[in-house]
Ligand binder design. Structure first.
Ligand SMILES: *[C@@H]1O[C@H](CO)[C@@H](O)[C@H](O)[C@H]1NC(C)=O
Ligand SMILES: *[C@@H]1O[C@H](CO)[C@@H](O)[C@H](O)[C@H]1NC(C)=O
Ligand SMILES: *[C@@H]1O[C@H](CO)[C@@H](O)[C@H](O)[C@H]1NC(C)=O
Ligand SMILES: *[C@@H]1O[C@H](CO)[C@@H](O)[C@H](O)[C@H]1NC(C)=O
Ligand SMILES: *[C@@H]1O[C@H](CO)[C@@H](O)[C@H](O)[C@H]1NC(C)=O
Ligand SMILES: *[C@@H]1O[C@H](CO)[C@@H](O)[C@H](O)[C@H]1NC(C)=O
Length: 637
């Protein structure tokens, strides 16, 4: 077993001290490291971040949040995982959850490839006799977890939740939790889902996020507990799905549906674990305009959880001769932003729930009815917020190494693409994405590939097989197999990207995309992207990023010019809705990010570019044009 240099010195340093003084949660040693740009929430985060229950679709009453100040140490190799620093004091304080590269982490490091984390916790005394589950919202990229010195589990995949049953590792007193986080991002030879993270940021690719970036908590559950709830509720009141439990034994199930908001009566359904299907009479439907939800109390044997759902159907059909996406049987024009979910203070982790939902409220105020969550996955609370606020979501799979090349021995350049094993892992994680988020009513579409990033473009085209896999796990939504660039006919959408003006479901198209295919839904997966530079106090103050601002598709030198251009481009989109087969569009983007200055909001969220009255009117005209193309006598159910 090899031990890394810095870990050996750590072992040496601690073995020389006579008495071990645990300092796992010394909050006085933590402070925010001044980020290149802050937000109104940066200095309000404090040392108890993200206090909300993190898993609203499967909520247990007995839980304990482990977020807060932990200790952390950056080490130099993967071998360090073989020598967990049990009982030792790691070098620095860190705020969990946060990205190690963010100011909020208190570390703000670079090249955080190999990391130890430590904390301590006690199990509440009234949980005696129950199993204890340790939950992680997301750890980028691989996490190896030790409880009281014993390996309790491993997870691969930087965007997804995982749960470990740690009952057998616990002691009655203080328990020590160690996590080794390995995050190679885009270092060779790794080709893994990373979205826009890169170790070498430049213009549209940003500072990476490593380590524990979503909530960590423990909860108690009976020995036979729910491990998976898959539940879909449609516009006809049909509820279907499945419940899996930890022992795989057939267990009695009772589900009570209560309309949220007080009015209407509850309905209870009894069955056993495994697959279920039943009907609730005349439910109030969920839509972006009336986001009616039903709370669900679920009892499975001794396990009791709270969940919720929305009754709605996403489908596709021909309306007046045009392929359309349908919500509850009606054509709804999707008008969203490209939403990257980056924060100057927290990178992947929003400073708070309030900060996160500020973006969503702002988009609604401008007139958007949805957003495309771009090659990133958010905390479950984000999806809950969209369900409650009535925002339609297109969810991207985080892409593999985007647009990167490597130089071969003969000095030629090769596009970096996954090998077979890396492709298989991408496919596995795509399935994890679908399983974790398929119960959220606001998600209407899954995206597999963005602009060819990580997409093998030789036959057999991988997007066909991946589309089938997604459909097997979730036949209730539409699939945008390739948004932009290499479309070979898979999925429900014919999706073009073009800047700055849209070319949506129309007889003109950009060179990198294919012509509009009338057998699928005509869509503009990206357009807009017009920039407007701002003064230094609203910019990500990193010279390399500022130097790339001039790579923006278009810079409008005044705000009035920017709004004028917005009006022109939205007018062009309206025309394509009216005259051609455009069914939805995504404006780039919600906020500025690093060297990009094309947001509705600046990166610090302090300055809003759109002239609200004008943008409201322009979106209103687009929705009206779409309504004029809906023919209610031809609704397909
Ligand atoms: C916490 O850290 C501060 C600053 O290093 C130190 O003065 C204090 O003694 C520590 N407290 C504990 C309980 O270790
Ligand atoms: C973290 O460790 C890596 C080596 O794995 C090193 O390159 C990097 O500079 C370290 N970063 C910090 C902030 O110490
Ligand atoms: C339950 O079934 C799953 C999937 O088939 C399997 O991975 C797991 O080991 C089973 N658990 C038990 C306790 O039998
Ligand atoms: C954008 O503004 C910043 C400071 O406000 C300035 O340093 C930079 O040169 C500007 N870039 C462009 C392309 O206008
Ligand atoms: C953009 O600005 C950088 C740094 O100022 C400069 O090196 C580069 O040539 C400029 N690029 C363009 C397209 O103007
Ligand atoms: C709606 O569809 C019906 C049946 O196909 C057709 O007769 C009618 O002209 C259509 N109305 C509009 C406004 O397109």
């Amino acid at each position: 077993m090899k031990t890394s240099a810095s870990l050996s010195s750590l072992l040496l340093a601690t073995t020389t001290s006579a008495v071990h003084i645990p300092r796992h949660a010394n909050t006085t040693e933590y402070s925010v490291k001044t980020p290149p740009l802050d937000t109104p929430w940066t200095y309000e985060v404090g040392t108890n971040p993200w206090p909300e229950y993190p898993r609203p679709l499967l909520e247990r009453s007995q839980w304990k949040n482990l977020n807060g100040v932990w200790r952390h140490q950056n080490v130099s190799s993967l071998d360090a995982v073989n020598s967990p620093p049990v009982g030792q004091t790691l070098e620095n304080a860190v705020l969990v959850p946060s990205c190690l590269e963010s100011g909020l982490s208190g570390v703000q490091g670079e090249y955080m490839l190999y990391n130890w984390y430590s904390t301590e916790f006690t199990v509440p005394s009234d949980w005696t006799g129950e199993n204890v589950l340790l939950n992680f919202g997301a750890v980028d990229y691989e996490a190896t977890v030790f409880v009281n010195g014993k390996k309790a589990g491993f997870n691969r995949g930087g965007y997804f939740a995982f749960t470990l049953d740690i009952t057998s590792y616990l002691t009655s007193g203080t328990n020590e939790l160690l996590v080794f986080a390995h995050d190679p991002t885009d270092s060779d030879p790794y080709v893994i889902p990373i979205g826009k993270q890169t170790l070498n940021p430049s213009h549209i690719f940003y500072r990476p996020c490593s380590g524990i970036w979503q909530s960590v908590w423990i909860e108690s559950a009976p020995a036979n507990y729910i491990t998976e709830l898959n539940l879909n509720a449609d516009m006809n009141g049909k509820v279907s799905g499945s419940i899996t439990t930890s022992t795989n034994t057939s267990t009695s199930v009772e589900m009570t549906f209560t309309p949220r908001g007080g009015s209407g009566s509850s309905a209870t359904h009894k069955c056993t674990s495994g697959d279920f299907s039943f009907t609730i009479d005349s439910p109030q439907l969920w839509s972006h305009e009336s986001p009616n939800l039903y709370d669900i109390d679920i009892k499975v044997g001794q396990d009791q959880v709270k969940s919720y759902t929305g009754f709605r159907t996403v489908s596709r059909g021909v309306i007046d001769g045009v392929e359309r996406p349908l919500l509850n049987g009606e054509f709804v024009f999707f008008m969203g932003t490209l939403d990257q979910g980056y924060w100057p203070d927290g990178l992947y982790t929003p400073p708070s729930y309030e900060a996160m939902t500020y973006d969503l409220k702002t988009l609604k105020k401008i007139g958007y009815n949805g957003l495309r969550k771009h090659i990133k996955v958010e905390t479950d609370l984000f999806y809950k917020a969209c369900d409650e606020m009535g925002l339609l979501l297109i969810q991207d799979m985080p892409s593999l190494r985007p647009s990167q090349t490597r130089t071969l021995k003969d000095c030629t350049e090769e596009t970096i693409l996954p090998n077979n094993a890396q492709q298989a892992e991408f496919q596995r994680q795509l399935q994890v994405l679908i399983k974790q988020f398929r119960n959220y009513p606001s998600i209407i579409t899954w995206v597999i590939y963005n602009e060819g990033w990580g997409q093998i473009t030789d036959p057999p085209y991988p997007e066909f097989g991946l589309t089938d896999l997604v459909l097997q796990l979730d036949p209730t939504r539409l699939i945008d197999a390739t948004t932009g660039w290499y479309d070979h006919g898979a999925g429900d959408y014919s999706d073009n990207h073009h800047y700055a003006n849209p070319q949506c479901g129309s007889p003109f198209y950009s060179i990198q995309s294919s012509p509009y295919d009338p057998s699928r839904i005509g869509f503009q997966g990206e357009f807009g992207g017009i920039g407007n530079n701002v003064s230094i106090e609203h910019l990500w103050n990193v010279q390399e990023a500022i130097d790339t601002i001039n790579q923006t598709y278009e810079i409008d030198t005044t705000l009035a010019a920017w709004n004028y251009r917005g009006h022109e481009l939205l007018g062009e989109l309206r025309y394509q809705v009216q005259e051609y087969a455009c069914s939805g569009a995504v404006w780039t983007q919600t906020t500025d990010v690093e060297g990009e200055v094309n947001g509705m909001l600046t990166y610090d969220r302090r300055f809003l570019r759109p002239d609200l009255a004008q943008w409201n009117a322009d979106f209103g005209a687009i929705y009206d044009a779409a309504a004029g193309r809906s023919n209610s006598s031809m609704k397909l159910f």
